[in-house]
Design a protein around this ligand. Structure first.
Ligand SMILES: [Fe+2]
Length: 142
């Protein structure tokens, strides 16, 4: 389990240790952030249902070229359910602990998301939020 500063409005998690003046996802003020020891890692995973994002880095970006990288995140090596009462709500992507992109998911989609990031080096982090089982994190080198 890891600590994070969680936005009380949209669920964004600041992972760099400080609450931003404004939430980068929903623009809520600093005051709505609360520290929670609620970000789960591979160590918290059960044997059957999987939540940790499996990350795949595609060095050759399909759109821009130099300086860009695509990242694919699949939730669980056993794909997570996407049912109306139990699904992955969003996946947030960060580079070097700074937020870059959120992908919203709905129950009719696959438990997977892609991000196109303006970086070719650094640490890529993904946090996914399951409506039943909370936050799960993973990271990979770009
Ligand atoms: Fe779940």
């Amino acid at each position: 389990m890891m600590k994070g500063l969680v936005c009380g409005t949209c669920g964004y998690v600041a992972i760099n240790g400080t609450a931003p003046d404004k939430c980068p996802v929903c623009q809520s003020p600093k005051e709505v952030f609360e520290e929670k020891d609620a970000i789960m890692t591979a160590e918290n995973e059960g044997p059957t249902e999987k939540h940790v994002p499996v990350l795949k880095v595609i060095k050759q970006c399909g759109l821009i070229g130099e300086g860009c990288t695509d990242v694919h995140a699949k939730v669980g090596d056993i794909p997570h359910p996407m049912e109306p009462d139990h699904y992955i709500v969003f996946v947030d992507f960060y580079v070097d602990k700074e937020w870059v992109e959120r992908v919203h998911l709905t129950p009719n989609l696959n438990p997977a998301a892609g991000a196109h990031v303006k970086a070719s080096t650094g640490k890529l982090t993904a946090i996914e939020f399951c409506n039943k089982h909370g936050y799960w994190i993973n990271e990979v080198d770009l």
